[in-house]
Design a protein around this ligand. Structure first.
Ligand code: C2E
Ligand code: MG
Ligand code: MG
Ligand code: MG
Length: 281
């Protein structure tokens, strides 16, 4: 199984591997007990506003451990959770934990949460979010839901209705991984995203004229439609400089900060405290 691969990570999904179905069944079983057995946790990655220089949001990212402590990467367990439906309980758990964290983290204006199309399509999802907000007393405006453009994500009218219900709760809707699939453009036509996150693959060759031109075009397209732009995967000072030249609104990536447990949320300098509280983003 995953342990044979050594290191501290389960091996990546390979549909031709005879062990794969065993492994994905193991993970499916693990996901059923993960919340009860304390095997899931959240880490948070900072998002920086380039105009103020401040971290004004963090993205919540799920982590899963096997019973022996080995970690399973989200790229492996999220698709399994989506296939088995476990994503519904896990997704509610994520939103509840994030809300509880927000209660004690006044200096973090917004937490963004990845939400699967399976969740958006499941009846009563928006109502369950509303009840978590009600129970915890957290304002919907402190949450952003990230929706990934994906091939499998068809334009169901129930998804659009769900998104409009979430907006009514004050929750911002962001488009994640923009530029990786075919669906992104049609989503832009149908949903008024607050922010569009440009996929980090666009940074790979942004030091070549072709790569830079491609990035400039995609930024122009998103900006002309009135969305704020976040570029994911900023890893170097050179990339950050380019983002400033392009007047990108927000950046996220290892250069800004790695995903880390909640206790490491970056507090603002004391003089900023009133402003941050008065003007959440
Ligand atoms: P995502 O939403 O696009 O999240 C960003 C991913 O890029 C994270 O991987 C993050 O650790 C990684 N990353 C951030 N900055 C950099 C960088 O500078 N360089 C590189 N190479 N990588 C960077 P992670 O945590 O492994 O998550 C992978 C994906 O799993 C996420 O992609 C998201 O689609 C999904 N995911 C994670 N947590 C959840 C969750 O709670 N619910 C759902 N539905 N999906 C989740
Ligand atoms: Mg995301
Ligand atoms: Mg995503
Ligand atoms: Mg992304």
């Amino acid at each position: 199984g995953a342990k044979a691969n050594g290191r501290n990570c389960a091996r990546l999904f390979d549909p031709n591997d005879p062990q794969t179905s065993d492994e994905s069944e193991n993970i499916a079983a693990l996901l059923k007990i993960a919340i009860d057995q304390d095997l899931v946790s959240l880490v948070y990655q900072p998002i920086r506003d380039l105009s103020t220089g401040r971290v004004d949001a963090v993205e919540a990212l799920m982590r899963l451990k096997m019973l022996d402590g080995t970690s399973v990467p989200p790229s492996l367990f999220i698709p399994i959770a989506e296939r088995t439906g476990a994503i519904l309980d896990l997704g509610r758990w994520v939103i509840r934990v994030v809300c509880l964290e927000l209660l004690t983290s006044e200096h973090v204006p917004v937490v963004s949460v990845n939400v699967s199309p399976i969740q958006l399509r499941s009846p009563g999802f928006a109502a369950s979010v509303a009840s978590i907000l009600g129970e915890t007393g957290v304002a919907g405006s402190r949450l952003a839901f990230e929706i990934t453009e994906g091939l499998e994500m068809e334009m169901h009218s129930d998804i659009l209705r769900c998104i409009s219900d979430l907006k009514t709760l004050g929750i911002r809707i962001w488009l994640d991984d923009f530029g990786t699939g075919f669906a992104g453009l049609s989503w832009l036509r149908l949903i008024d995203f607050d922010t569009v996150k440009i996929d980090r693959s666009f940074l790979h060759d942004c030091d070549t004229p072709k790569g830079k031109a491609m990035l400039r075009d995609i930024i122009g397209l998103v900006r002309n439609r009135g969305h704020k732009i976040l570029v994911e995967g900023v890893e170097t000072e050179e990339q950050l400089t380019l983002m400033r030249q392009f007047r990108i609104d927000h950046v996220q990536g290892f250069h800004v900060g790695r995903p880390a447990p909640a206790r490491s949320f970056e507090p603002p300098p004391p003089s900023d405290r009133r402003r941050t509280r008065a003007s959440p983003v």
